[in-house]
Design a protein around this ligand. Structure first.
Ligand SMILES: Cc1cc2nc3c(=O)[nH]c(=O)nc-3n(C[C@H](O)[C@H](O)[C@H](O)COP(=O)(O)OP(=O)(O)OC[C@H]3O[C@@H](n4cnc5c(N)ncnc54)[C@H](O)[C@@H]3O)c2cc1C
Length: 408
């Protein structure tokens, strides 16, 4: 049988190392820091210490090749290791494998010139700087990037850019942005109208208006006014009219990388749900002995199992060089919704404690809500999946190829 759900020993070792690091150091440090309402200035020193420790333990950048200082894992191995990292909220950051830098690293690795890699990718991999990715605009639907209005015009050896962006994660404090703007007036296809630029930050003409206050507070998702921003032609990333392709290339694996981290969060929520259910006593028995609560546990377990298999299979398709768009869309939709539902059920089982900030679940719930919007809203993924299912039926008389193309 060719199907084997065990990982090679080196991958198991990478997973074990990440788990040990998160359990022994990241999670306890995080718990201590979050418990301190004051003293936030200590955070920087602690996070830097954890990052040094990640280097020392060999878990720094599991997603990047060894020549860039990473562990060099392929997509399936990365699924296992990223899920471990995400069992603590700080985990992905301290191992330098978090959004948006992770996606930007992949983008630069595959689309950057040697000079661009040296100037932008190198410090990003060293953890010396952070970056952001600026695509979405408040005036037009982010779900349809062909509507983008931010415009770049060529003047000699510089591009001059004007526009408006928002929800640009990590913009404040970033050393550079990958900025998408319209450059082509008459493209062959609407998707070929935009290009990507590397913008050094801070730059005159790239003004952070505010942190957009979200339902979970301010998390450096910024609104940005771009007025007469000048970018040298050498900072065009991936060629004229390639912005949409580059965005899609970035988003496919980046969406799956989100799913990998969400798996860790779902498992944490299920662990918390069960821990509470076996400990809380009401009406003559523990919550875990009541069928109504068991249904919540079993539904969550079934959905998490599905989520793990979908992520592994989509990662396998990326690794094998197979078409992965539909599988990544299905996985992203399922895992994002599973995250939302499982955290919500865990809140329910915790009662008032789940609604309070004494438990991590309240924060996890509001964080979970964006997973169904960002990197493709639920409806967009369902639309794309349906398109491929219908196409497969029309082409071959069966939908089989569009449901994972599995030998079943
Ligand atoms: C926490 C967070 C972080 C983000 N970080 C970044 C970032 O770093 N950089 C960046 O560029 N962007 C970022 N975004 C923006 C994100 O990519 C967009 O929110 C997303 O692309 C959706 O665009 P929109 O918000 O304009 O929604 P719209 O496109 O206006 O869509 C609104 C809703 O309409 C529905 N809809 C839209 N089109 C269709 C359709 N064809 N069929 C059916 N229903 C449809 C969906 O329900 C959708 O949720 C972030 C968003 C969040 C919430």
């Amino acid at each position: 049988m060719a199907i084997d759900f065990t990982f090679a020993p080196d991958v198991e070792e990478a997973r074990r190392q990440m788990r040990a690091f998160v359990q022994e150091d990241v999670a306890p440090t995080e718990e201590r820091l979050l418990a301190q309402s004051a003293g936030r200035t200590d955070w920087r020193a602690e996070l830097d210490r954890l990052r040094d420790e990640a280097h020392r333990r060999g878990v720094w950048m599991p997603h990047m090749p060894a020549e860039w200082g990473g562990v060099g894992l392929g997509p399936t191995a990365l699924a296992a290791v990223s899920a471990e990292a995400a069992k603590a909220r700080f985990g992905p950051y301290v191992v330098n494998c978090y959004a948006p830098d992770e996606g930007n690293m992949h983008t630069l690795l595959h689309w950057g010139t040697e000079e661009q890699k040296d100037r932008y990718l190198k410090p990003l991999c060293q953890g010396a700087v952070r970056s952001c990715f600026a695509m979405t605009e408040p005036e037009v639907a982010g779900s349809d990037p062909t509507l983008m209005r931010t415009r770049a015009t060529l003047h000699g050896d510089e591009w001059v850019i004007d526009g408006h962006k928002w929800f640009i994660s990590g913009a404040r404090g970033a050393a550079f942005a990958i900025l998408l703007a319209r450059t082509e007036d008459d493209p062959q296809v609407p998707q070929a109208a935009t290009s990507a630029f590397l913008v050094d930050l801070p730059s005159e003409g790239f003004d952070i208006v505010r942190d957009v206050e979200t339902m979970s507070g301010s998390h450096n998702h910024c609104e940005i006014r771009i007025v007469g921003l000048r970018v040298p032609t050498a900072n065009l990333l991936g060629g004229r009219g390639q912005g949409h392709r580059l965005g899609q290339y970035r988003l496919g694996p980046a969406r799956l990388a989100h799913c990998m981290r969400w798996l860790g969060q779902i498992e944490t929520a299920l662990d918390l749900m069960v821990a509470r259910a076996v400990d809380r006593y009401s009406h003559g028995s523990y919550l875990s002995e009541k069928q109504g609560i068991q249904w919540l546990i079993s539904e969550s377990a079934i959905e998490l199992y599905q989520a793990k298999l979908m992520v592994l299979h989509a990662a396998y398709r990326i690794e094998q060089g197979l078409d992965f768009l539909s599988e990544v869309s299905m996985a992203k939709h399922h895992v994002a919704n599973t995250l939302w539902r499982v955290v919500d059920r865990a809140v329910q089982v915790h009662g008032a404690l789940g609604y309070s900030k004494d438990s991590p679940l309240a924060d996890m719930l509001v964080q979970a809500r964006w997973s169904r919007l960002a990197d493709g809203a639920d409806e967009i993924h369902k639309w794309r999946v349906a398109e491929r299912v219908i196409e497969a039926y029309k082409d071959s008389g069966t939908t089989g190829v569009a449901t994972g193309d599995l030998p079943l």
